[in-house]
Design a protein. Sequence first.
Length: 79
Amino acid sequence: MAPVTAAGVEKKISKTLALGVLTLTLYAGLFLMEDRVLGLSALGGWHGLIAVAIAFIFSLAHGAFTGYFWDLLGVKAKK
């Protein structure tokens, strides 16, 4: 295993913070535009995919943030 350098830790911290801000922004945007999103999703048809797309985007952003967060704390999955 390669040794952890200060530059590597700083890079992980900046990625974690950036993904955390992205996740917070997504949640704030969703809550602020809740009525619009629900209105579009209620139209049916292809508009129903809006909720699926939002869930997919949240899953990617929040999952990446969580992965970097636990990695930064040193928590690793067993192999």
